[in-house]
Design a protein around this ligand. Structure first.
Ligand code: ATP
Length: 763
């Protein structure tokens, strides 16, 4: 026994809490019409998760809740609880007793509980499906639905059979897998669309990253190159500076020395300026000497004249003496002598007006005087007194000569002193002139040297300026490269320059390199710098981060997509597997049911045959809403849109002694018997824990009621039976009988009764 009890509270006419215990294989529920018996069958459907209100004879959820009547106010909730004995673990939970409860409220909300724990409907369905208690209710035959299976179409019959055969679990699994597959495919589409969405961005980022990576590579290259460049440049500049300082030292010292020399030379020259005074002194001395000389010349000339006069007087004396000795004398007319003297006199006067150094003039003075004396002599005396006069004249002249010689001597003495002074002075001036000439030569030399030194210093200065320019460029380059590559660039000094031979170069060796190579290096540094700047180093980190994140996301999505593909594949194969299993078990089940169906049918009808046949139906669609189902060989001649082939169940019956084939031709009773035979056959093959039959026996006559009773008994060995009935025969087969009554308040009441009472109650 699996079904232990059913508890209704506020469900339909069961306003109060009512409990039915099912302790025997067959329980009958009896009572007058409208007392609430069918509400009990519906309470089973309800608690097992039925979602169709219509199948529970309601329009809205509220219709299932006690609506009030008599003293009892309407309820806000309806609940039904069914309790199973689970010692045999027919339900897949590790409890000996399992209760399933459903509660509904007027706001249409439903709650499900398994052993008091709230669960989802899905959990309830899964739990019960595993125990062949399907929500399709194949084991709950409601009133008037005995031939439901006969009225159903092939597909519906197949559903019922699947449920009865316990294949619903596969259906659920398949549907769930299909839902999952659908969801997976949706997710795949979503993931694909996400990937499609990020693809262009990722592509863009990838290009950016490639650029950045190139820039990073370039930076790395530049870092190495720039370190070598800076190290070399720094070494070169320092070396250059030291060299310039060294180079400058000598010319600067020279310049200082030359400056001092120049001062000295200038001083010397300044001293020579006093030479002018001395020159004036010389001029004066020379003038004195010249005056002295002319005085002396005058004295000499005078002396000569006196000597001449003496000689002339002596000659006169001698001539007189000779004349005296000779006979006759040649007389010269005085007039002529006077005329001659006049011409000479005039000539001398003319000459006197002209400049003369004195000597010519002295001579003319002498001529004039001699002539004058001659003429006067010849005027005054005759030839006898000439001698006496001459002698007297000679005496006078000798006296004059003595005076003159004294004066001349004095002149000579003075001249010696003057000459000596002049010589000394001239000597001194010459000496000074020599030293000033030397100073001038020195000045010239110094200035020439100074010029040379200055031009040398100027060339050093231009070197220095060039060196400063190098330094400025170096500092600017360093600053710019450090900005670009980071502060570590400032530590270029520790960079070791390795030669091609693999030897670390020292500072000295570094400076030996051809300068053009360093210039090439500088140009290259500049070029690379521009390339890096053009590449836009800023924001690189962010792009890399974004690319990393985006590509991680893409990889994640790709992985997710491949996982989804895998899970879709496994879902597809699971679905296929389930379908195969379903199909196989269904075919096996149908053939087993067929055996039982045939037996029950012949038992019921005392012969004939009945069987189920699996048919293939082609669903054809005229439009979205019109669906026509035809057998495979059926044809309408219209053009239809074909849908997949579906399998359905056809029932074939043959009544004994009647040429009846086809369900349509059966009488009501025959239909009831046929469907009962089928129901029982199904229940025999895969017995559900319980079967509820609501007045299935209503259409049976007494003979058939007996047969029905027999089948019930045999069926009750496999499944617990709850039979709602008015049939006496059926009642007689039950172990427990419940009577349902309804008072004036419309509340259903339950009472356990004996068979005789039941017969009475049923009436
Ligand atoms: P019969 O033998 O004629 O088939 P029955 O015993 O099966 O009758 P039910 O059909 O189960 O009777 O009960 C119908 C009764 O339940 C009706 O009287 C109806 O008024 C009552 N009922 C149904 N729904 C509700 C509800 N929500 N609240 C109160 N009473 C209800």
């Amino acid at each position: 026994m699996y079904l232990k009890s059913l508890e209704l509270s506020g469900f339909k006419s069961f306003a109060k809490k009512t409990e039915l215990n099912f302790s025997t294989p067959i329980t009958s529920i009896v009572g007058p019409n409208g007392s609430g018996k069918s509400n009990i069958a519906e309470a089973f459907r309800f608690v097992l998760g039925e979602q169709s209100i219509k199948s529970m004879r309601g329009k809205r959820t509220e219709d299932l809740i006690w609506n009030g009547g008599g003293d009892a106010a309407r309820a806000n909730r309806a609940s039904v609880k069914v309790v199973f004995d689970n010692h045999k673990r027919i339900l897949n939970v590790d409890f000996d007793e399992v209760s399933v409860e459903r509660v509904i409220y007027r706001d249409s909300s439903s709650e499900y509980f398994i052993n008091g724990t709230q669960v989802r409907l899905k959990d309830v369905i899964e739990l019960l499906a595993a125990a062949h208690i399907g929500s399709s209710g194949h084991h709950i035959i409601s009133q008037g639905e005995a031939d439901k299976i006969l009225n159903a179409n092939g597909r519906e019959r197949r559903d019922m059979l699947e449920d009865a055969l316990g294949l619903k679990i596969y259906q659920y699994k398949r549907e769930e897998s299909e839902r999952k597959l659908e969801k997976t495919e949706e997710n795949m589409e979503k993931v694909e669309s996400l990937r499609r969405e990020i693809a262009p961005h990722l592509k863009f980022l990838k290009k950016q990253v490639e650029k950045i990576e190139k820039t990073i590579e370039l930076k790395e290259e530049l870092r190495k190159l720039a370190k070598e460049y800076f190290k070399r440049e720094d070494t070169f500049i320092k070396h250059n500076k030291n060299a310039i300082v060294e180079e400058k030292k000598k010319p600067e010292d020279d310049l200082k020395r030359l400056h001092e020399e120049l001062i000295r030379a200038k001083e010397t020259l300044e001293k020579s300026a006093s030479r002018d005074g001395k020159s004036n002194e010389i001029i004066k001395l020379e003038n004195d000497l010249s005056v002295l000389r002319s005085e002396k010349d005058t004295f000499v000339r005078e002396l000569g004249r006196i000597e001449g006069s003496i000689g002339s007087e002596e000659r006169i004396i001698r001539r007189e003496e000779e004349n005296a000795l000779r006979e006759g004398n040649q007389n010269v007319p005085l007039k002529e002598v006077q005329a001659t003297a006049t011409i000479i006199e005039e000539k001398i006067k003319e000459l006197e007006n002209r400049r003369d150094d004195g000597s010519v003039m002295a001579f003319f003075t002498f001529v004039r005087k001699t002539f004058s004396e001659f003429i006067s002599r010849h005027k005054q005396s005759g030839p006898v007194s000439v001698r006496a006069q001459s002698e007297e004249e000679i005496l006078k002249l000798k006296q004059e000569r003595l005076t003159l010689e004294g004066k001349l001597k004095d002149c000579n003495e003075r001249e010696v002193v003057l000459r000596k002074n002049l010589f000394t002075l001239q000597e001194r001036i010459e000496k000074e002139k020599d030293s000033s000439r030397e100073a001038e030569r020195d000045m010239f030399r110094i200035m020439t040297e100074e010029n040379n030194v200055r031009s040398l210093l100027a060339s050093i200065k231009s070197k220095e300026e060039r060196s400063m320019l190098f330094e400025e460029n170096f500092k600017r380059d360093l600053h710019e490269v450090a900005l670009l590559l980071g502060r570590e660039m400032l530590d270029f000094a520790v960079f070791a320059i390795i030669s091609e031979q693999g030897v670390t170069l020292n500072l000295q060796e570094i400076t030996l390199e051809d300068r053009t190579k360093q210039e090439d290096r500088r140009r290259l540094v500049e070029k690379m710098k521009i390339r890096i700047e053009d590449a836009g180093a800023g924001g690189g980190e962010e792009v890399l981060k974004e690319y990393r994140e985006t590509s991680e996301r893409d990889v994640f999505l790709e992985k997710e997509l491949s996982d989804l593909h895998l899970s879709a594949d496994s879902l597809r194969s699971l679905i296929k597997e389930l379908e195969e299993k379903l199909d196989n078990e269904f075919r096996e089940g149908v053939s087993t049911i067929n055996i039982q169906f045939g037996q029950f049918f012949t038992l019921m009808f005392g012969g004939g045959f009945a069987k189920l046949e699996i048919i293939r139906e082609v669903k054809r669609r005229k439009s979205d809403t019109d669906i026509e189902i035809l057998t495979e060989d059926g044809s309408t001649g219209d053009s239809f849109e074909e849908s997949p082939v579906e399998e359905g169940i056809e029932i074939e019956v043959g009544l004994p002694r009647k040429k009846i084939k086809g369900l349509m031709m059966l009488s009501g009773g025959e239909r009831a018997l046929t469907s009962i035979a089928l129901l029982f056959a199904i229940s025999q093959v895969n017995p559900p824990p319980f079967v509820i039959l609501d007045e299935t026996d209503a259409a049976l006559d007494e003979a058939n009621s007996k047969k029905y009773g027999d089948m019930i008994e045999s069926l009750s060995k496999l499944s617990q039976l709850i039979l709602i009935t008015h049939n006496r025969e059926t009642m007689s087969r039950a172990g427990v009988l419940y009577g349902v009554t309804m008072g004036s308040g419309g509340v259903s009441k339950l009472l356990s009764i004996a068979f005789d009472e039941a017969v009475a109650v049923a009436k």
